[in-house]
Design a protein around this ligand. Structure first.
Ligand code: ATP
Ligand code: MG
Length: 578
């Protein structure tokens, strides 16, 4: 491609709304332009890179025995109602009523559609297993689209769904997908970390997330230094804290007047105590009853852990519901006396281990001091559960080992789904004994755009992008540094020779200063740069430089093509999957 004819609109200024390097550089390098909040048009360079990622993903999925299909972007709401996930997805799911009054969903994912298709096609165990995937646009009306394509509203996802007659077979495919993901991310040049994850609203029994550690990541990876444990924050299991020993005798409970003092911070300030002395009580609605979750005041309730311990989805109770249950306004709930009511008490280890604490008095404008867990409210009994329901924090341990934290970008996730979808959508097969059974399923997602953004987050410097060669829009850029005829002719020859040998080359034939060309070459991050200058020509030499380091090699005009190809091969070799 000739730069003069390409649409590569690079910009110098950092866009005002771009907070993270990948977003800034994708705009500055002319890879994409924003259309509206969370939606982008990919310009030629950006689309070339995306296509390369798609091709790597497609090849690896095909090699793993998965079969590509394509499902519609508009799905019937009915299918979502059958699994109940229209409620789980809530406002993230965009939907519209068509001219016939039918409700439609803009696909945020496709478990429902693929399972209903399988229900129609799979009858016998002989057709199993089967692993179907697609690479297509997904739409999620994210509450806060941000960081460019790291969290956009429309994005390209590779989603795969496998169907099995038994769990051993699911385990085998899950392992193959896990390994395939390792190969894909490796080939895309990403340094990734695999963490245990919750399957969340997806249902199912096991899940792993593939994350790329970096500052801009919205996920928190929790791990031990020896590498024996890594989980995301939703899942990370913490050891219970040592039981606190009381300082002397703890007196009887005592109510204190705390008018309008509702939040943990307010109570600390008002009573001159630390948040770790408080018992935080949060009330959730769960089916037709309530769940009261208790954590120490300096910890946060972990919604995933709570959901699992509650036995299903919970949502924050309304002010009226809280008042109905506790008899007090919001902000004054506490565990004392609560267990006699229609409520499941889920008490975090951090509370169970407290010597004494301060909590809401279940009386508006009052808190209670000297509350001793086990003495003033029960720690065992029907509807009472002691569990790990808080987020891990600095200082926590797992199996005695210190937990460390870092940010990461989730680029992919694999799930063992079990029969959640097949039961609800009636995707059954006849087994060898002629018995009808629901298919056992797995699902496997990859965010294509997030791979691109993650590659930039972890591969850039102050001058621009440093692409891994496998997903670079072009492998080589040729920069003639003058307009002299010999220079142009030499550059053209190298360009044509490389092109004819299958190398992807960009020739910067613009009538621009060398400095401008070098800046753009660095900004758009092409892995290999060939500089053709007048002086170099007089010595029959050109320069080859890799984007990722400062070394400049002078090579003869007659060997430049081979030298370039050797460097490309080397860069590719580094990204070879095992
Ligand atoms: P997140 O927790 O980041 O919202 P998710 O767990 O909901 O993501 P999945 O349903 O597992 O996402 O989707 C599969 C993959 O699609 C993710 O691993 C991620 O790479 C990508 N993805 C999900 N949401 C977005 C988004 N808003 N923008 C870009 N990529 C996304
Ligand atoms: Mg996920």
């Amino acid at each position: 491609m000739r730069f003069s004819q390409a649409l590569i609109p690079t910009v110098k200024e950092v866009p005002a709304d771009a907070e993270v390097p990948s977003h800034q550089l994708m705009i500055r390098a002319g890879l994409m332009r924003k259309v509206a909040s969370g939606t982008y048009t990919y310009l030629p360079l950006g689309w070339r890179t995306l296509r390369k990622v798609i091709e790597i993903v497609r090849r690896e999925m095909d090699a793993a025995g998965a079969q590509e299909i394509l499902m519609p972007a508009v799905q019937p709401m009915e299918l979502w109602q059958q699994t109940g996930r229209n409620v789980d997805y809530g406002q993230t799911m965009a939907h519209f009523t068509d001219r016939h009054g039918r409700e439609n969903v803009l696909a945020p994912t496709a478990e429902e559609v693929v399972t209903s298709t399988a229900a129609g096609e799979i009858n016998s165990y002989k057709q199993l297993p089967v692993n179907l995937y697609q690479i297509s646009f997904k739409f999620r009306d994210e509450f806060r689209p941000r960081f460019g394509v790291l969290r956009s509203r429309e994005f390209i996802m590779k989603d795969a769904y496998s169907f099995h007659a038994n769990y051993e077979c699911l385990d085998r495919t899950y392992k193959i997908m896990y390994e395939t993901y390792c190969r894909i991310f490796r080939r895309c040049g990403l340094e990734y970390v695999i963490v245990e994850a919750e399957s969340g609203e997806m249902g199912g029994s096991g899940s792993h997330q593939f994350t790329v550690p970096c500052q801009s990541g919205e996920d928190i990876i929790v791990y031990t230094a020896d590498g024996s444990y890594a989980a995301n924050i939703e899942k990370a299991i913490v050891d219970p804290l040592p039981k606190q020993q009381p300082y002397g005798n703890i007196g009887a409970m005592e109510d204190v007047h705390t008018p309008n003092v509702k939040t943990i911070a307010d109570v600390c300030e008002f009573l001159q105590r630390q948040s770790r002395d408080l018992i935080k009580t949060l009330i959730y609605a769960h089916e037709k009853s309530f769940v009261a979750a208790m954590v120490r005041g300096d910890f946060e309730v972990n919604p995933e852990k709570l959901r699992i311990n509650a036995g299903g989805s919970v949502e924050m109770a309304s002010a009226e519901q809280i008042e109905e249950l506790t008899g007090a306004a919001v902000g004054f709930a506490g565990p004392v006396g609560l267990c006699n009511k229609n409520v499941k008490m889920i008490i975090d280890h951090s509370v169970a281990g407290m010597a004494a604490g301060i909590c809401g008095a279940n009386k508006t404008d009052y808190h209670t001091k000297n509350v001793v867990p086990g003495r003033d409210f029960p720690l065992a009994g029907e509807n009472i559960k002691i569990a790990d329901i808080r987020n891990a924090v600095e200082g926590d341990t797992h199996n005695g080992q210190k937990l460390l934290f870092k940010n990461g970008i989730e680029v992919g996730q694999v799930f063992k789904l079990g029969t959640k979808y097949s039961e609800k959508l009636n995707a059954c097969f006849l087994d060898a004994d002629g018995k009808s059974k629901p298919c056992i399923m797995g699902c496997y997602g990859i965010g294509i755009n997030r791979i691109v953004a993650s590659a930039i987050e972890t591969g850039h410097d102050e001058n621009g992008i440093i692409w891994p060669i496998s997903i670079a829009p072009y492998e080589v850029i040729i920069v003639p540094t003058g307009g002299e005829q010999e220079v142009v002719a030499a550059a053209e020859k190298i360009y044509n020779d490389l092109k004819s040998q299958g190398v992807e080359v960009l020739l910067d034939d613009r009538d621009a200063r060398a400095g401008v060309k070098f800046k753009d070459a660095d900004l758009i991050g092409i892995p290999v740069r060939i500089t053709v200058g007048k002086k170099a020509l007089s010595e029959n030499q050109v320069e080859i430089k890799l984007r990722r380091n400062a070394q400049v090699d002078k090579v003869g005009l007659d060997s430049v093509v081979n030298e370039t190809k050797t460097r490309i091969a080397k860069l590719k070799e580094e990204l070879k999957a095992f």
